[in-house]
Design a protein around this ligand. Structure first.
Ligand code: ADP
Ligand code: ASP
Ligand code: MG
Length: 819
């Protein structure tokens, strides 16, 4: 008769309600012509609780009794919930009896203050005994006849307590002879436990119930092994780390084995081997959503052509590096290293060796690293003494992330894509290993980067739908609030057309800050911000770094120098900076250069298009010219939307001061309008353009032919306005002289031959600049390719809406740097 083996995990039997669910899953699929073996885990969390109680007892701490009480209570109350009153007493007394047995062993541990591997296994194995006994009785009371079989009588192992090795000869014989003699069609078996040749209870390793089921399935030549758990199959990544992880419907044994070895906890790694040898298909199903397709593990490459099947990770890794000139060309070093480690039963998870043979690097579990150092340094004591080899270097706090897929070998560029995606996000790679089967590419990285790395890789290889970008916005004034409303309006467009999921993860202004990993709902960001914590810039910045989210962008829409000082610490964490704040790009050349260099070194972007010409594409165009090999010979520009507005609107009817006030009221000035009127803002802009062409220019190097009377520029902003009123005659004279000559006044910036100057000029009607209206800006680039007729960029050069849209464009540039 064909046999099906079903295994239900800890969460599937965690309480009475779930146990009833399992019973209904089983009863709907029962078939008279098929035998069924049901392997059960302990009720979720029981194994941990038993080990904890035993550990407490071994320290001589009497509170282990309370832990045991809790375990007992949990099982007794589950029985009470599952069975009608008249059936309870016999099963309650059987549960009680096992709990007394556990307590007896723990009492011994408590008295001896010693927890041997043997005692630990016999205590921790009781979870499965209890759950399977209760389950078998419940099946009976539902009318499903079955027999409980102690797996310790079937599965024989050596005495490696904690993770015993199966004696397959004996085990297979036991299982075959059991099935040839058993009369019931339904057998209930506790997972996880086995026994050694002396009859002691052993365990198969944490998560080992899957293995129990596979061993039985293989020996009994089952038609299928079904692993019922709390997810709908093996997924492209651990769903606890990647919210967009997808179910893999078909996967080969080799891929499943590789993924589980590299951390996909949904299946215990040794499980695959026995069923793979017998070509028994494995189906992973969700107890809580039994109609979902789940994952089918079987022979051969799955039908679809995807190159990467899944991504997984192993935490708590240590890298051991053995280095030295004495290793070059001399055989036997690696052998001695591996022998030293295996002698200590230290499992090597990953190996890399540089082709120079000058060093060899292996990854082991972090808990083994101290022991590893001791034995390796001892084995190489002689070579270390004569300085041919250096003492073993141990690095901890590391993890492995691995891409797995049978098909990867048929696709080129996968590792390139893997490493560049991580590089773009500032994830430092300590070591790389690629198996010769090319089924696995592993990278060793810092543990703090694991979540970010897996999400970045998942996005790169699985999410054709969209890429998530995390924005941290600093400043909610004129430009900031316009930007937020543009982002809100465009969210759908960005998702549908650019495949960008732009999430505002943090907002701060000078009063409040608010951060949310789930993204801030832009329809009520003001209320959210209001409900936030008092603003604290350094805390805001350190939280951004601590969060370590992929594709993070810091957006500075302030005019603050304190904020501009934070850029280096962000750029060096590969967080891009988009600034309309001009302070950084126009501070010392040294600082400007430092920011550019940091961005290059750490694969981040430092973008400040709106520093010149607001939303006009001035810096972007200049860079495109330079990148394509053109040379800029001269720049002439009207770069102050404010001054243009002022001179276009000033005709003597209203005083000059009033026109300036109007410009400020309409949001066309810097927060401090003196920066515009003095020409300083234009100086900053022409300096930034010159710097972008490669010129090392400082503010002092720029000539400013200011038209402002000196008295306006001393004192505060109010003094500035009242002094302008007093000097109305001076301003009138300026425009009258120009209009008499049929000209207009424009505040110009010029850069040529390394020299820059700014100042007011009378412009003739034939000149491009004459026809600049409102708050327009214009930039003329005279280059090798545009020698006489310059490249002209002209349009609105001030205003919150256009500046915000320029910032928006930089955000898009920083979000999709490869496009
Ligand atoms: P059970 O108790 O049923 O044996 P486990 O907790 O051992 O269940 O394994 C299932 C869990 O494995 C899931 O809840 C999920 O959080 C985790 N997991 C880790 N990686 C993966 C993956 N790649 N696919 C599916 N689940 C995964
Ligand atoms: N109960 C055991 C554990 O928690 C075995 C299992 O659940 O597979 O490790
Ligand atoms: Mg498990």
């Amino acid at each position: 008769m064909p046999i099906r083996v079903l295994k239900f995990g800890g969460s599937s039997v965690a309480n009475a309600e779930n146990i009833n669910r399992v019973i209904s899953v089983i009863s709907t699929s029962l078939n008279k012509n098929q035998a069924v073996v049901i392997v059960l885990s302990a009720m979720g969390g029981t194994t941990d609780a038993l080990i904890e109680a035993a550990t407490i007892a071994s320290k001589g701490d009497i509170t282990y009794k309370e832990k045991l009480q809790d375990i007992e209570q949990r099982h007794l109350s589950t029985v009470k919930e599952l069975f009608p009153l008249d059936q309870q007493s016999s099963i309650l007394s059987r549960v009680k009896k096992r709990c007394n047995d556990i307590e007896d062993i723990c009492n011994g541990v408590f008295l001896l203050k010693e927890l041997s591997g043997r005692s630990k296994d016999s205590i921790s194995g009781y979870g499965e005994i209890l759950s399977s006994l209760i389950f078998s009785e419940k099946l009976m009371s539902t009318g499903i006849n079955n027999s409980w079989k102690d797996s310790r009588e079937l599965i024989k192992t050596d005495s490696e307590f904690g993770a015993a090795n199966v004696d397959f000869d004996k085990t297979d014989k036991n299982i075959k002879s059991f099935f040839s003699s058993v009369s019931e069609n339904i057998i209930v078996v506790p997972g996880f436990i086995a026994s050694d040749k002396n009859g002691n209870t052993t365990t198969l390793g944490r998560g080992g119930s899957d293995y129990t089921a596979a061993i039985i399935a293989a020996a009994a030549d089952a038609s299928v092994l079904e692993i019922w758990t709390d997810v709908s199959g093996m997924m492209t990544a651990d769903p606890r780390l990647v919210s967009n992880a997808k179910i893999i419907n078909h996967i080969s044994y080799e891929e499943a084995m590789e993924l589980s070895h590299f951390g996909a906890k949904v299946i215990y790694p040794p499980t695959i081997q026995p069923v793979m040898n017998k070509k028994i298909p494995v189906s992973i199903k969700n107890t809580f959503l039994p109609n979902e397709e789940g994952t089918l593990i079987q022979t051969g490459i799955a039908k679809d052509e995807s190159s990467v099947r899944g991504i997984s990770s192993i935490p708590r890794l240590a890298l051991l590096s053995l280095e030295g000139s004495g290793m070059v060309g001399i055989p036997g070093f690696s052998k001695r290293l591996f022998e030293a480690l295996s002698g200590e039963k230290i499992n090597v998870i990953l190996i890399t060796q540089s082709s120079s043979e000058h060093s060899i690097c292996v990854g082991v579990e972090e808990i083994n690293s101290a022991r590893a150092k001791e034995v390796v340094d001892k084995i190489f004591a002689y070579e270390i003494g004569i300085k041919k080899v250096q003492p073993l270097v141990v690095e901890t706090d590391l993890s492995i992330v691995a891409l797995v897929g049978d098909n990867m070998k048929n696709h080129t560029g996968i590792s390139g894509k893997m490493f560049s995606a991580m590089g773009r996000n500032g994830i430092n790679i300590r070591a790389i290993a690629q198996g010769s089967s090319e089924r696995n590419i592993s990278a060793v990285i810092g543990s703090r980067d694991v979540k970010k790395a897996i999400n970045v890789l998942h996005e790169e290889f699985f999410e054709t739908t969209y890429k998530q970008v995390n924005l941290f916005i600093c400043g909610t004034g004129n430009v900031g609030s316009k930007l937020l409303s543009q982002l809100q309006q465009q969210q759908k467009h960005l998702r549908e057309h650019l495949r960008l999921q732009v999430r505002i993860t943090g907002i701060t202004n000078s009063k409040k800050m608010f951060l949310s990993d789930d993204g801030i709902d832009l329809s009520n960001w003001r209320e959210k911000l209001q409900s936030g914590e008092p603003a604290n810039l350094s805390e805001f910045i350190s939280t951004i770094k601590k969060k370590n989210l992929r594709n993070s962008i810091f957006v500075d829409v302030t005019a603050s120098s304190e904020v501009a000082e934070c850029y280096p610490s962000l750029l060096e964490k590969s967080i891009s900076v988009v600034a309309c704040n001009k302070v950084a790009a126009s501070s010392s050349y040294e600082y400007y250069k430092k920011l550019k260099d940091l961005a290059r070194e750490f694969n981040s972007l430092f973008l400040f298009e709106t520093n010149v010409g607001a939303g006009l594409p001035v810096i972007g165009t200049l860079n495109d010219l330079l990148r394509s090999g053109d040379k800029v010979n001269r720049i002439e520009a009207v770069l102050s939307g404010t001054l243009n507005f002022v001179f276009n609107n000033y005709n003597g009817e209203k005083s000059f001061a009033k026109v300036v006030r109007q410009a400020q009221d309409e949001g066309y000035t810097e927060p401090d309008p003196r920066l515009d009127l003095s020409g300083t803002d234009v100086m900053r802009k022409i300096m930034i353009l010159a710097r972008e062409t490669g010129e090392n220019l400082e503010m002092e190097d720029i000539t400013n032919n200011s038209f402002m009377p000196a008295s306006c520029m001393t004192g505060d902003v109010e003094n500035f306005y009242s002094e302008m009123e007093k000097n109305e005659e001076h301003f009138l004279k300026l425009i009258e002289e120009a209009s008499k000559a049929g000209k207009k006044l424009k505040f110009l910036a010029r850069y040529e031959n390394g020299k820059a100057s700014v100042g007011l000029q009378s412009i003739d009607p034939r000149h491009d600049f004459y026809h600049l209206y409102g708050k327009d800006n214009a930039v003329l680039f005279y280059t090798d390719r545009y020698p006489e007729q310059p490249l002209v960029i002209k349009g609105a050069g001030a205003g919150a809406e256009v500046t915000a849209s320029g910032v928006f464009a930089d955000i898009i540039r920083a979000s999709a740097p490869t496009n």
